[in-house]
Design a protein around this ligand. Structure first.
Ligand code: AMP
Length: 219
């Protein structure tokens, strides 16, 4: 199955993608995570990503395409993928259609998570992430251990992402509204979009998603 998790920054795409990986048996393809690890490697490409990411702008399409081509050609994403934070422009959606169609695949579902800017600010500004393993916490809803040590990997690198500061979040939201939201009409025309309320307990939102795409689960 090929599924796009769609929604503004802070809608919970990354968190839901990780839960859906277990249920659907296909890997998460998160361009934001891939760019952060490239940036952490200190490579020239990572530096180019950072110019845009640190100010809440979208990375240019041609750089994103290079990342995605390599991933889709890999073994892990051969049976399908959960796309998280991609595609973010109509040009990216068209490029993805082409790449998938070369493999005899097509996007089966686009799940659009519905959430207001106020909810997003509440979620994202309190978010903290382990810079070693990527585990996320929230100061109020799932606080990091008081020891400051990540409960998953034991690292003490739990910090706020640069792009989770309020001014950057507002700019990322504007980029979503102007460049990414229009991508929905690309998929509406194909009849694959479902809208799901993104506010609530994590498991509740997951159940809404699986119900909306017609996947049976045990829970
Ligand atoms: P995310 O973690 O998905 O919210 O992405 C963080 C940042 O990475 C975004 O604000 C963009 O600067 C960049 N980014 C991630 N995915 C894409 C994409 N598909 N197209 C352009 N920029 C992206």
């Amino acid at each position: 199955m090929d599924l796009v998790l769609f929604g503004p920054p802070g809608a919970g795409k990354g968190t839901q993608a990780k839960l859906l990986v277990q249920l659907l048996g296909v890997p998460q393809v998160a361009t934001g995570d891939m760019m952060r690890s490239e940036r952490a490697s200190g490579s020239e490409l990572g530096k180019r990503f950072d110019e845009f990411m640190s100010v809440g702008k979208l990375v240019p399409d041609e750089l994103v395409l290079q990342l995605i081509e390599g991933t889709l050609a890999s073994e892990t994403a051969r049976e399908g993928a959960i796309f998280d934070g991609y595609p973010r422009t109509t040009a990216q959606a068209e490029a993805l259609d082409k790449l998938l169609s070369n493999m005899g695949r097509t996007i089966d579902h686009v799940v659009s998570l519905q959430i207001t800017l106020d909810h997003i600010l509440d979620r994202v500004v309190g978010r903290r992430a382990c810079f070693n393993c990527g585990q996320t916490y929230h100061l109020r809803y799932s606080p990091p251990p008081s020891s400051g040590v990540c409960s998953v990997c034991g690292s003490s690198q739990i910090k706020q992402r640069k792009d989770d500061h309020e001014d950057v979040v507002r700019r990322r939201y504007e980029a979503y509204k102007s460049e990414t939201e229009p991508v929905l009409s690309h998929y509406e025309a194909k009849g694959v979009v479902v809208r799901v309320d993104g506010v609530g307990e994590l498991s509740e939102v997951t159940s809404r998603i699986t119900a909306a795409i017609g996947v049976e689960t045990d829970g």
